[in-house]
Design a protein around this ligand. Structure first.
Ligand code: AMP
Ligand code: GLY
Length: 427
């Protein structure tokens, strides 16, 4: 099978690594890829927004399957374009990707189907939003409706922060994505990421994972794309997992099918576990794997990823049974100093050799290979992922490995996994 993978993050390096283990793989292209994917397949510079160019590439290279990593091309309708050109592709159509592309859309799906989520009101005008805000308890959450590269959510601690967030949205900080907003209730609890692979009608929930969104230790500092993750998440037991499937994932898949926009691909439910860890509420949907959650999931997944993806595309997920390594996996992200704000590119990362073994993998994100060297080329730069009999062991291995890497412009959190380790040492 000849595969084209779209994306350039740690998520895509992990997917590429897993795809390369498939006996069915003949050739892998990654567009645009990174310094790590270059070692597994051929990096290709394509303009992801230029669908005609991608279709031409697929035809020229006889691509059998295209896999889309990030959300932006999905929301732009890359799957629709490839399907029209009769090229097999894994991911939701533009209409189905609205679950991530519009927070108002996904809230409507929740409301119509009694899916538990934070109470909210939508606004398309600044003054009405500010007037409403005056009457509310704090903290409160302000969200731009559309895609805002992970920056469209503000948790306002007081009225003036909330007012500023509203003004920023309507003032154009997020362009068209901020023309409408929602103001929603603040949920107190523990966050968890649940992924379901879907074929339009059936779904299989993958292993659970937890991310660490804040930049610094103890969940302090600004929100980031994610500074580390582990899987499984001890907070999710079988009982809660069944409730999540029944009350959140299943009604969503049914609703999408019923409205004529069936969801095929990875449905990522960002959940808040509330009410003494017994109930899950949906914070938001994403329509792709999480990054860095994907890195820990790929290390634990035992199936051939191409088999699963093909089954999802052809509506045959019911035939698939997933198998996971019993071990825990934990990922620590190394980011460029300054991230998620301004940071420098181009510094050399040394001592990356001789770190990987059967329990340790390094997945690249923002790196570039120059001659024999790796240079930093983005905000999140490396992912050090370790397996262990429990989260504590995986954590220990990941930090031993990361301390061998010599990159003076980088930083990482030193407490990834703390919640799981505090909660239950047995995991
Ligand atoms: P999102 O971009 O929707 O994932 O939001 C970014 C982050 O903001 C989430 O991962 C949560 O940490 C936080 N967040 C979003 N909505 C809420 C909410 N209603 N209550 C508490 N935290 C929230
Ligand atoms: N790690 C969260 C995300 O990928 O959105």
């Amino acid at each position: 099978m000849r595969v084209l993978l779209i994306g350039s993050g740690g998520r895509e390096h992990a997917l590429a690594w897993k795809i390369c283990q498939s006996k069915r793989l003949e050739k892998l292209y990654i567009a645009p890829g990174n310094g790590g994917t270059q070692l597994l397949g051929e990096n290709i510079s394509l303009n992801i927004s230029n669908h005609a160019q991608i279709i031409k590439f697929c035809r020229d290279k006889n691509i059998d399957l295209v896999i889309i990593g990030p959300e932006a091309p999905l929301v732009e309708g890359i799957v629709d374009s490839l399907q029209r050109a009769k090229i097999k592709v894994f991911g939701p159509t533009r209409e189905a990707a609205m679950l991530e592309g519009s927070k108002i859309f996904s809230k409507k799906i929740c409301k119509e189907n009694n899916i538990p989520t934070a109470n909210y009101i939508e606004f398309d005008e600044e003054r009405a939003a500010i007037n409403y805000l005056k009457e509310q308890k704090m903290p409160i959450v302000i969200k731009a409706d559309g895609l805002a590269a992970g920056k469209g959510v503000v948790i306002a601690k007081n009225f003036s922060e909330g007012k500023q967030a509203i003004k920023n949205c309507f003032g154009g900080t997020f362009g068209a994505a901020g023309k409408k907003i929602i103001i929603e209730e603040y949920l107190e609890g523990e966050e968890v990421s649940i992924f379901a692979i879907c074929d339009g009608e059936n779904f299989i929930t993958l292993a659970s994972a937890q991310d660490h969104k804040r930049a610094f230790d103890n969940d302090e500092g600004p929100n980031t794309g994610g500074m580390g993750a582990y899987s499984p998440a001890p907070i999710i037991d079988n009982n809660l997992s069944e409730k999540i499937n029944e009350k959140i994932i299943l009604p969503t898949i049914r609703a999408m099918k019923k409205r004529g926009t069936p969801f095929t691909g990875i449905l990522f439910a960002g959940l808040m576990i509330v009410n003494g860890k017994k109930e899950a509420k949906l914070i938001e949907y994403n329509v792709r794997f999480g990054d860095p959650e994907c890195q820990v999931l790929m290390l634990r997944l035992e199936n051939d990823l191409l088999d699963i993806i093909e089954a999802a595309i052809s509506g045959k997920l019911a035939n698939i049974k997933l198998a996971w390594k019993k071990q825990s996996a934990l990922c620590v992200v190394m980011a460029a100093k300054g991230y998620p704000g301004e940071y420098k590119k181009g510094s050399v990362i040394e001592n990356l050799q001789n770190i990987e073994n059967e329990n340790i993998k390094i997945f690249h994100a923002g790196t570039k290979r120059m001659e024999e060297k790796f240079l930093a080329n983005g905000g999140r730069v490396l992912n050090i992922v370790a397996l262990g009999d429990n989260v504590a062991m995986a954590q220990n291995r990941a930090y031993q490995a990361i301390r061998k890497i010599d990159w003076k412009d980088g930083f990482f959190r030193s407490d990834i996994g703390f919640r799981a380790i505090e909660e239950k040492n047995k995991y």
